[in-house]
Design a protein around this ligand. Structure first.
Ligand code: AP5
Ligand code: MG
Ligand code: ZN
Length: 220
């Protein structure tokens, strides 16, 4: 099964993709996490994408598509995966279709997590991320058990450098200009399913699993 999670910065793509991938036993493929790991390690890829991320701009399609194509070839993606933060342009959506159809598969559903702008800003300003496993926390909505330490892996928590007010504003602008057309792309294919992302994490997650329907969930 191949699922795509769509939504604005801070909508809860990472949170929900992690829960869904655990429930369905699928790999979680998050383009932003892969880029951040490359930046942390100081690899050539990391050096080439850092300036785009710092500005809140999209990394060029060519670089992003190459990264995802390599990730998809890893063994844990053989039976499918949950995409988080990819595709972000219609060019990326078309490339993803080519990648999965060449394996005789298809994107099953695109889940659109809809959240008001006011709530997005609240979520991003209170977010903390694990440096080791990338799990997201929130000061108010989902604080870690111990301050600054990840519940799952004991990693150190930090605030993303692109979660400053100015960069968040730019990321939202980029999202509305370049990523909302991806919603139309999946809508036209009859694959888009919108969930109310303003609700609590568990409720959103239950609604997503319901949206997948027994046919998709049973295949796992
Ligand atoms: P990326 O890392 O994908 O960032 P984003 O899309 O801006 O989304 P976020 O990760 O900020 O939000 P999220 O939806 O995952 O929310 P989360 O679950 O953390 O991309 C970063 C950068 O990388 C881009 O700007 C670009 O430069 C580059 N990039 C990445 N992919 C690319 C691509 N495909 N093409 C080109 N460039 C690319 O939740 C947010 C907060 O809310 C957390 O604190 C969480 O605990 C909390 N929360 C979650 N759900 C709830 C809830 N239901 N109730 C209350 N709080 C909640
Ligand atoms: Mg994320
Ligand atoms: Zn962790």
């Amino acid at each position: 099964m191949f699922l795509v999670f769509l939504g604005a910065p801070g909508a809860g793509k990472g949170t929900q993709a992690a829960i869904a991938s655990r429930k369905l036993g699928l790999a979680h493929v998050a383009s932003g996490d892969l880029f951040r790991q490359a930046v942390d390690k100081g690899t050539r890829l990391g050096k080439s994408v850092k300036a785009y991320m710092d500005k809140g701009a999209l990394v060029p399609d060519e670089v992003t598509i190459q990264l995802i194509s390599e990730r998809l070839n890893e063994p844990d993606c053989r039976s499918g995966c949950v995409f988080d933060g990819f595709p972000r342009t219609t060019e990326q959506a078309r490339a993803l279709d080519r990648m999965v159809t060449s394996r005789g598969e298809a994107i099953d559903k695109a889940i659109y997590i809809e959240v008001t702008e006011k709530e997005l800003l609240k979520r991003l300003s209170g977010r903390w991320i694990c440096r080791k496993c990338q799990a997201p926390y929130h000061e108010v909505a989902s604080p870690p058990k111990a301050r600054n330490i990840c519940d799952k892996c004991d990693g150190e928590l930090y605030q993303r450098s692109d979660d400053t007010e100015e960069t968040v504003r730019e990321r939202l602008k980029v999202y509305f200009a370049q990523t909302t057309p991806v919603l139309d792309y999946y809508q036209a294919e009859g694959k888009l399913f919108a969930v109310d992302g303003n609700l609590g994490m568990e409720e959103v997650s239950d609604n997503i699993i319901d949206a997948l329907g027994p046919k998709l969930v049973k295949t796992k």
